[in-house]
Design a protein around this ligand. Structure first.
Ligand code: 6PG
Length: 458
């Protein structure tokens, strides 16, 4: 990704020095850079790298998140001058970015943490960039970051999110949404494969068709491509030879954990993280199937149609984004970041993995009222009214047949909870007061109250 980002920067007319700890990698990169080589200075040592840049320097780090970033900063620091800037463009944990930003204040360098989304291709052709750090640092880098970013109707998808770790925080939530979006697509794929006995390429055609409608998104588009691809070795559909055990680098898990701290549930993301974890328990799942038997495979097509599956994905997606934006709203208050929610939706419209047709409408809705749950904004309330029946149907039928749809179920429960004015927490409060005298509020009176079960009265 670092190589692609460097080529993108060079292509936009910014000369840059490049360094990789393995010099042969740098040499190979330079040799393959074609016309862009004239913009690039390959360097062999960190010292040579730093001294080949005119101060004040802007140094972009693209290394694996975690200790490697700290080690790289430590190695660079003695070589830097005042006003040089380090920009961490990896998938850093926002807590680490907060700490690094604070450390930078005690040292010479300026520091920016930028979330960069779009994978390898995005890095080369235009990623979505979420920046965090001191505003002057962002302003200094903005011309480069805006130039290399994806554009939505000419508008750069590179935006300042707030102080310190704000950019990496937004990127983390982006990734959480990415997990949920991917999981819901996988669940619907499962219904088509197992329930409808559809072949992979036929499923690919369905995704392609959906990609021409309201579900239009990068993830639906690539799901179609993935489903239609054929394995050169066996001639079988690629999907039929890929192990059903999903990897993860941790950003989805961070989102789920952080959401618990913020008391802002992201249940579809939680379900997606759990589903990835359970996917890796291959032999355990095999044992489960041996004991209980496989779930009945064929779903009666009269019970469920492809249109209903499309509706379910639409509703699930809105609920999942609503959770993500609600979490960002809460984090903005808790951390004092003043996160620009409409601009976050805007910066995700192009370049990033979760880009989709819906994000422009989300930006419009959030501009009107950023604090409101996205499901309640007019455009999305209408969409939920039109599609939650489909989501309900899919979850109900899947449950009847024993097909796991954890993220879609979580999205539906979230929707149902958020449209239930009188829930059942009165029972929880009664229980808490019973065993712990924790008190409860009453419908008809202010203040804290106890029930007749209070110590000494029962
Ligand atoms: C992106 C992606 C990118 C990546 C992550 C997630 O926005 O470009 O989110 O950051 O795919 O590494 O990967 P895992 O699925 O391995 O957690």
């Amino acid at each position: 990704m670092g190589a692609n980002l460097a080529l993108n920067i060079a292509e936009k007319g910014f000369p840059l020095a490049v360094y990789n700890r393995t010099y042969s990698v740098t040499q190979k990169f330079f040799a393959n850079a074609g016309d862009l080589a004239s913009q690039l200075t390959p360097t062999e040592t960190l010292k040579e790298f730093v001294s080949s840049i005119k101060p004040p320097r802007n140094i972009i780090l693209m290394v694996p998140a975690g200790g490697v970033v700290d080690a790289q900063i430590e190695a660079l620091r003695p070589l830097l001058d005042k006003d040089d800037m380090i920009i961490d463009a990896g998938n850093a944990n926002f807590d680490d970015t907060n700490r690094r930003a604070e450390n930078a204040q005690n040292n010479v360098e300026m520091f920016l943490g930028i979330g960069v989304s779009g994978g390898e291709v995005g890095a080369r052709n235009g990623p979505s960039i979420m920046g965090g750090g001191d505003r002057p640092a962002w302003d200094r880098m903005a011309p480069v970051l805006e130039a290399i970013s994806a554009k939505f109707e000419g508008q750069p998808c590179a935006t300042y999110m707030g102080e310190a770790g704000a950019g990496h925080y937004v990127k983390m939530v982006h990734n959480g949404i990415e997990y949920a979006d991917m999981q819901m697509i996988a669940e619907v794929y499962g219904i088509m494969r197992d329930g409808f006995a559809m072949g992979a390429s036929e499923i690919g055609d369905v995704f392609s068709k959906w990609n021409d409608g309201p579900l239009q998104s990068y993830l639906i588009e690539i799901s179609a491509e993935v489903a239609k691809a054929v394995d050169e070795k066996t001639g079988k559909p690629m999907l039929d030879v890929i192990l059903d055990s999903a990897g993860q680098k941790g950003t989805g898990r961070w989102t789920a954990i952080e959401a618990l701290h913020r008391a802002s549930p992201v249940t579809a993301i939680d379900a997606a993280v759990a589903a990835r974890n359970l996917s890796s328990r291959l032999s355990e799942r095999k044992t489960g199937e041996d004991i209980f038997g496989a779930a009945p495979q064929s779903i009666n097509r009269d019970e469920l149609s492809l249109d209903v599956l499309e509706q379910a994905l639409l509703a699930g997606k809105v609920a999942c984004y609503a959770q993500g934006f609600a979490m960002l709203d809460r984090a903005s208050d808790d951390y004092g970041w003043n996160l620009p929610l409409p601009e976050i939706a805007e910066v995700w419209r192009e370049g990033c993995i979760i880009r989709s047709a819906m994000l422009d409408d989300m930006a419009t809705a959030l501009k009107k009222d950023a604090d409101q749950n996205l499901m309640f904004a007019n455009a999305f309330a209408e969409r939920m009214k039109a599609t939650h029946g489909g989501l309900r149907k899919v979850v109900a039928v899947a449950a009847t047949y024993g097909t796991p749809v954890p993220a879609l179920s979580a999205a539906l429960s979230y929707f149902d909870t958020m449209r239930t004015a009188r829930g059942t927490a009165n029972m929880i409060q009664g229980q808490r007061d019973y065993f712990g005298a924790h008190s409860f509020g009453r419908l008809d009176q202010e203040g804290a109250h106890h029930g007749p079960w209070a110590l000494g009265t029962i």
